[in-house]
Write a protein that binds this ligand. Structure first.
Ligand SMILES: Cc1cc2nc3c(=O)[nH]c(=O)nc-3n(C[C@H](O)[C@H](O)[C@H](O)COP(=O)(O)OP(=O)(O)OC[C@H]3O[C@@H](n4cnc5c(N)ncnc54)[C@H](O)[C@@H]3O)c2cc1C
Length: 416
């Protein structure tokens, strides 16, 4: 089917994630005739899996300057959109629509219900109130440019759609099963935009050591993880880590993965301090006391109070201490080796897990070509870009959805 549609829309938004929904909703609220196109059968597929289905909607950092700093070097792009529609405004947006909010450790903001579907429901209602026309199960295939304007878009059924303005909110390349396959980057290159190479970020890490598979599922609380490149310490973080079948995951690892991605290639080591509350000397005393109390116990049976069960056989093997040796015969030198393992358990970084398991994509549309106040393209007059497709991302903790709300709102607010 090939059908010319009349130019009946003020705005066509491509991509029904949180960004597209906010942009479409706000433009419609202000009176624009808006069409929202989504290739999945329903909107907000990725939004629903956010925060393991609980949806960490933002981070309760109410000072805009502080918020901007937390986004790193590209953070200043968000200054204006956060000022207009930042943390307080998005919380108010959901609360005023009946969602009760709670703040957890690390200023993470969640719906009290722990249900991301409550957040999606509000967005769907907002679109309805704003009289946005929604078409799902429709994929945009091509974008046709004329001069420095987008003339029309072509859908997968051959239909052509025209509009005064277009918004691309197709997201990044991570978790492609949710619909974000990175198609927008190709369109934007074709339209003359510079794209900073998209890379997976906020991902688990794969390590070289084979023994790691024996630790799968082991979760560690209150550990300190440090990253070293060529023996130089780059960063340390304290918190939770988790062993996977081939490496490490968990909040601390996910948060440090962006930095590690920037460090590659090179000799990168991940060191885990299982006992950060005790320095080498104190840990030595503690072990010495434990060994004294245990008297004749075999070394292999002596670490139960100190370490989780799964870790014990590996620590014993790596320590080189005879597992059948009685603890009172363990030498000072052997104890030193053991302590070193507990304080600096070293793994060799192999790679990040790819886009399939990355929470976000780092890189994207070069920010120098986008107006930070309106998110309008500086290359194509009737084009607006927002959300994860832009070259800006934040750490875990609600920062990435805040980009979507703020930039999506900026588009909707200025496009009509
Ligand atoms: C597992 C996981 C958990 C996360 N948890 C959190 C969290 O708790 N807090 C947080 O701040 N961030 C979280 N994030 C990150 C957050 O989900 C993203 O930053 C956010 O979804 C990006 O929104 P977006 O609207 O820009 O893009 P997306 O959400 O990726 O939406 C893009 C939409 O465009 C559609 N699309 C693509 N191509 C086309 C096309 N050709 N035609 C029509 N439609 C198209 C896609 O189907 C998709 O629905 C998480 C991410 C993942 C993967």
């Amino acid at each position: 089917m090939k059908k010319e549609s009349r130019n009946i829309y003020d705005v066509v938004v491509i991509g029904g994630g949180p960004t597209g929904m906010m942009a479409a909703g706000r433009a419609g609220e202000l009176g624009a005739r808006v069409l929202l196109l989504e290739k999945n059968g329903n909107l907000g597929r990725k939004l629903l899996i956010c925060g393991k289905g609980r949806c960490n909607i933002t981070n309760y950092t109410t000072d805009v300057h502080e918020m901007v700093v937390n986004y790193g070097k590209n953070g200043k792009f968000l200054f204006s959109s956060l000022h207009k529609f930042g943390v307080i405004e998005i919380i108010d947006f959901f609360e005023s629509r009946g969602v009760k909010i709670k703040i957890e450790r690390g200023n993470r903001v969640f719906p009290l219900s722990d249900l991301s579907s409550d957040i999606l429901d509000v967005m769907l209602d907002y679109l309805k109130q704003s009289k946005v026309k929604i078409r799902t199960g429709i994929e945009v295939k091509r974008i046709i440019k004329k001069g420095n304007l987008i003339e029309k878009i072509i859908l997968d059924n051959g239909e052509e759609v025209m509009s005064k303005n277009f918004v691309i909110t197709t997201g990044g390349k991570s978790y492609p099963a949710t619909g974000s396959t990175g198609i927008g980057y190709g369109w934007l290159k074709m339209l003359g935009h510079k794209i900073k190479t998209p890379k997976p970020a906020l991902t688990p890490m794969i390590v070289k050591e084979d023994f790691i598979k024996n630790l799968e599922g082991l979760s560690l609380k209150n550990v300190e993880v440090s990253i070293f490149k060529n023996d130089k310490k780059i960063e340390s973080q304290f918190g939770e880590a988790l062993f996977t079948g081939n490496g490490l995951s968990g909040p601390v690892i996910i948060d440090m993965s962006k930095k590690v991605g920037e460090l590659t290639p090179g000799d990168i080591k991940i060191k885990i301090d299982f006992k950060p509350a005790l320095d080498f000397k104190k840990l030595d005393l503690r072990i010495l006391n434990d060994f004294k109390e245990m008297n004749n116990k075999l070394f292999k049976n002596s670490l139960d109070k100190l370490l989780p069960q799964k870790l014990i056989p590996i620590i014993i093997k790596l320590s080189g201490i005879d597992s059948e040796k009685k603890v009172n015969l363990v030498t000072h030198q052997e104890r030193k080796k053991l302590i070193h393992l507990l304080k600096e358990f070293t793994l060799s970084f192999k790679s990040l897990v790819g886009f399939n398991k990355a929470i976000i994509t780092t890189g994207g549309v070069d920010l120098s070509e986008v107006d930070p106040k309106t998110c309008q393209s500086k290359i194509i007059d009737n084009l607006y870009l927002a959300g994860e497709i832009l070259d800006i991302d934040g750490p875990t903790g609600g920062y990435n959805l805040q980009i979507c709300w703020s930039t999506g709102f900026a588009v909707g607010n200025s496009i009509y």
